[in-house]
Structures are given as C-alpha cells and as structure tokens.
Write a protein that binds this ligand. Structure first.
Ligand code: GDP
Ligand code: MN
Length: 357
C-alpha cells in the first residue's frame, strides 16, 4: 500500500503505509510486537538498536516490528530496517489529530511559554515536537490501528544497547506470570517539567468512583512514587524508552479517562509532562504491585543510564559484555530501582548484595 499521494497538511492516512513480510516466526510467540516511534534521521541509530535486539533475542522468535512516525518513512528507512528485522515490519503514519493541538489547548499560549526564559535551560524545554511525542506516547500510540492486532508491546528506541542474550521470551514471561507492566530502569524526573502533574493526577484519582477501583494498602505501589504517603510525588519514574506492557491496560476506561483529564489540564503543552511520569503514575496507581515487574536479567542501556545483571552465572550463560561493578541502576543517586524492589517485594538477583556493597 502506498498512499503518500494522499498526504496533505491536515490529513494523514491512518493505516500502515507498508508491510514487509518477514519469517512466520516461532510458534511459541505471544500476541505481541516490538514498536518504535522514530524519525527518519535516526535511521542508523535505529539499525543499531534493531541489530542488537535481533541478535540477542528476536532472531529466535521473529516478533513483528512496528515503526511509527509523524511523517512518512523514507524508502531508505523502510528498506534498511525491514532488512534488519527477522519478523514482519510494519510502517505506520500517525494521524494528524494525534500529533497536533486539541481545541481546548491554546497553541499561542503554549508557544509563549516554551519560548520564555524559564524553559530555555530545561532539557527539551523549548521543543514543541518533544511535547507532541510525550503526549503521543501517553495517550495515542496504542490507538494506532496497527496496534489493534496485538495485546503486548515492547518499546524500543534508537540508540539503545542490549548487553546480554535474553534467555527467555519476556512476552511469554508477562503472560505466564500475569504481569502487565515491565521495565528495566527508573530515574527521577526534572521537577520543573511536571510542576502540576501530581496535583492534576490526584484530582482524578481521589474521585470516589475512581479511588474505589484502585489497589490499596499492601497491594499498592504508592510508596514507590511517593515518600510521604501520597502528598507529593518523589519524581521516580519507570524509564519508558524500555517498556514491555499489556495494551489492554491503556485501552481501559480508567486509563483513558485519566489521560483525557490530564490532556484537558494542558500540561503536556503548558508544562512538559513526559510520558514516563504519566505512565508511572497510572501504572503505580492502577496496578497491584504483583502486576509490575523489574527485568533484572535484561541488560539495557540508553544514553545516560544502563543496567547489568548482578548474577555471575547468568552473566556467563548470557554472554554479557557490560561491567556489573558499574551498574548504573544500583550506583546512581537518580535510580529508583532499589526502592522499587523493596516496595514491590521483588527479590534481587543472587549476587546483588556483593555488587551493592
Ligand atoms: P529522550 O529519550 O527523552 O531523550 O527523547 P528522544 O529524543 O529519544 O525521543 C523519544 C522517542 O521518540 C525516540 O524513539 C525518538 O525516536 C522518538 N521521537 C522523538 N521526537 C520525535 C518526532 O518528532 N517524530 C518522531 N517520529 N519520533 C520522535
Ligand atoms: Mn531516547
């Protein structure tokens, strides 16, 4: 299918523009896909991510790989990425209404804010596209019709590394263990980008009809994201550039109403709300702790942060190449991984204490 011809400013074709068939795949595959939101100019960084995840994992499974973009992919992008993935590659364009201002947000006000002094010194503070991207990853990626075909996704960005073989199918793990959200790293958010996110979220979650649906007490992950029993957000967030999750969660009414509430408040544009704190607050409010999993045995790195498995026997079996002595997730002040493990009651890997000491 090639409907580039139909592109106009206000209209973008909704369906995928191209399917490149790959291997039929391992019959043990789950109903799942890899997914990358990516720009054409990131082609070579994307190839690096694909090559590593294919050789460390997907060559044995051939899961589909969905590529999404707010612009048409170039022929070269399609040619080189589809040659690198083992499964079927699908390319989709994001519809205009998912990457533009809703009528209840004042685009002029948003521009005045992001070009003001305050935002110049904040990472991506003056970027308009970054805000569309964060909003897209918060409330639209799962609504792309390509995604209707799947129940689980694994998000993969350009410029990531996988330092060990992945010794099992994480999608299968999610299904078998009834996990709905999985991650590898956590970070603390820049406070200035989300000044009103917690209070806006609380307006929603404190509603009696919503609150009654949320896990509480021992089941709750509240203490992962708040150090004062919910009064304030401690800025800890699952680092969403890696996430493996159940799409049904995002398709639920309670999630949909949450992100619509956020969107009407305008903070994706008037502040710079990231999809990471949004996913984190949603997941940690709505899921029981046993539904959320930290993949300690998947070694992952993206730009500033990375992890290495703290298990010497796994390290050898999985042909790792990272340095466990400098595992960012346990050495960095900005990591919340240990706090997660404690709150969730998830056990550490067998040699963790040796490396933490
Ligand atoms: P960071 O990880 O917070 O530094 O943000 P990135 O620049 O890595 O963006 C996050 C993800 O969104 C990456 O997969 C990018 O390729 C993608 N992305 C960011 N901005 C855009 C954009 O304007 N268009 C498209 N198509 N993808 C984008
Ligand atoms: Mn990134």
């Amino acid at each position: 299918i090639d409907n580039f011809g139909m592109m106009t400013e206000k209209y973008r074709p909704y369906e995928q523009i191209r399917i490149v068939k790959g291997k039929a795949g391992n019959p043990e595959r789950q109903n799942a896909t890899l997914i990358s939101l990516v720009r054409n100019k990131e082609l070579y960084l994307m190839l690096g991510s694909i090559q590593q995840l294919e050789s460390r994992f997907n060559k044995d499974y051939n899961y589909d790989w969905v590529f999404l973009n707010d612009e048409p992919f170039t022929e070269k992008f399609i040619e080189l990425t589809s040659a690198m993935v083992s499964g079927t590659a699908r390319y989709g364009i994001i519809p205009y209404e998912h990457w533009s201002y809703p009528d209840y947000v004042d685009a002029k006000k948003a521009k005045d804010i992001r070009t003001s002094r305050k935002w110049q010194s904040i990472t991506y503070g003056s970027s308009e596209s970054y805000r569309h991207m964060c909003r897209y990853n918060s409330m639209f990626f799962y609504k792309h019709p390509i995604m209707d075909d799947y129940q689980y996704y694994w998000r993969v960005e350009p410029e990531v590394d996988f330092f060990c073989d992945i010794m099992y199918d994480p999608f299968r793990f999610m299904v078998d263990n009834k996990k709905d959200y999985g991650f590898t790293l956590t970070l603390t958010e820049i406070a200035k980008t989300i000044e009103t996110l917690w209070s806006t979220s609380e307006q929603y979650f404190q509603r009696e009809d919503i609150k009654s649906q949320l896990p509480s007490g021992e089941d709750s992950l509240l203490n992962f994201m708040s150090d004062d029993n919910g009064t304030t957000y401690n800025l800890c967030h699952y680092w969403t550039n890696f996430e493996i999750a159940n799409l049904d969660f995002y398709r639920s009414e309670i999630y949909e109403n949450y992100v619509n509430h956020l969107d009407h408040a305008g903070g994706f544009f008037y502040e710079r709300w990231g999809d990471a704190p949004v996913h984190t607050i949603a997941v940690s409010k709505m899921m029981r702790k046993d539904q959320v999993h930290l993949f300690l045995d998947i070694s992952y790195k993206h730009t500033v942060a990375g992890s290495c498995p703290l298990d010497d026997s796994l390290y050898k079996k999985a042909h790792c190449i990272c340095d466990p002595e400098h595992d960012w997730s346990i050495t960095s002040e900005s990591s919340c991984n240990l706090q997660f493990l404690e709150v969730a009651g998830q056990p550490k890997l067998q040699d963790a204490l040796k490396y933490e000491a």
